[in-house]
Design a protein around this ligand. Structure first.
Ligand code: SF4
Length: 336
């Protein structure tokens, strides 16, 4: 089966200045694939500073990897030129967190949707442009007559975020990078936006990379998940297994932070704080060493990924009786 997108051992290091030697590894040897014919929703989850936004920026081609390659239809995206670059730009779209940021208050919804259609020469007449707008707005659950001709201030936050999705959809993308798309939307509308993402995958053949700090929405929308911490994949696999039976100490901490509706269970019962004396170890060993209650001497060396079962792997020495799995083979464990 052909790969639509492949992250191949991608590392991104930021240097803090020309004269300074200080650098930060925002992403460390991350690999995964999205197949051409198996549309999926993959969540990339973690706290701020986990590297998930860097991953999104790399995938969109906004920044370049320090090491490794990002391949789209087999071609390195940093070398794409001409028509191939235009195709990549059209087929890989993004929806960001802030539904207000992409709106110019002086332009109507029509303008917002028309610009990408014209830029990529996807319609030959005004009637064709309107048809494409109506089709995209309907696909995201909006009545075109309710929003076309309107200015941003005349729309609700939920309508604005759905128009953002429609704006990506008019380009018929193959991949949608949804970076915290519901974090600034009212709780009452979140389920609706998540349902729209699922219908894009199921009915419109779009694969979605769902980037979030919120494991509950990842659980509802995604099939597979990469749990990230300080730029490293801590645990990966089937979302259902990982949320219901997390193995890595960091994933367990994240799950424990979710306020489940259980009166017998106190929210945040398990608080794992950094041991001040051990914080320096994170640069060479396990990134979670400074906060991990199970830390051992061998954790001062970076752990590889261990395959715990057929759909779950964790980067942690607690599982070193299991076989190691190379990061570029991780996709084999991710369901679609
Ligand atoms: Fe904790 Fe060691 Fe596992 Fe890291 S490798 S999560 S420090 S037990």
């Amino acid at each position: 089966m052909a790969d639509l997108l492949e992250f191949k051992n991608v590392t991104k290091v930021y240097s803090s200045g020309l004269l300074s030697r200080a650098s930060t590894t925002a992403l460390n040897n991350v690999s995964f694939k999205i197949e051409e014919d198996d549309q999926t929703i993959m969540a990339v989850a973690g706290e701020s500073g986990s590297g998930k936004t860097t991953l999104a920026m790399l995938l969109l081609g906004f920044i370049e990897p320090t090491e490794g390659q990002i391949l789209y239809k087999g071609q390195d995206i940093t070398h794409l030129r001409g028509p191939d670059r235009m195709t990549f730009r059209r087929e890989v779209q993004a929806v960001f967190q802030d539904p207000f940021a992409v709106f110019n208050p002086f332009y109507t919804v029509d303008h917002l949707l028309t610009v990408p259609i014209k830029r990529f020469k996807l319609a030959r007449s005004k009637a064709e442009i309107r048809d494409k707008m109506v089709e995209a707005l309907t696909a995201v659950g909006l009545h075109p007559q309710d929003v076309l001709g309107r200015f941003p201030h005349q729309l609700s936050g939920g309508q604005r975020q759905r128009i953002n999705v429609a704006r990506a959809l008019v380009l018929k993308p193959r991949i949608l990078v949804a970076d915290e798309p519901v974090s600034m939307v009212d709780a009452s509308l979140r389920a609706n936006i998540l349902e729209i993402l699922q219908s894009l995958q199921q009915d419109h053949g779009v694969s979605i990379l769902y980037i979030t700090h919120d494991l509950t929405t990842a659980y509802h929308v995604a099939k597979s998940i990469l749990v990230m911490y300080r730029g490293t994949v801590m645990e990966a696999g089937d979302v259902d297994r990982i949320i219901k039976d997390p193995q890595h100490p960091y994933t367990r901490l994240l799950i424990d932070s979710i306020p489940w509706p259980d009166l017998n269970r106190r929210w945040g019962e398990t608080e794992i704080k950094a041991r001040e004396s051990d914080i320096g170890v994170v640069s060479s060993g396990c990134k979670f060493y400074g906060r991990c209650p199970f830390a051992m001497d061998k954790c001062k060396t970076l752990p590889p990924l261990f395959q715990i079962n057929e759909q779950q792997a964790a980067s942690c020495y607690l599982f070193d009786e299991h076989p190691q799995i190379a990061s570029e083979r991780l996709t084999e464990l991710l369901p679609v």
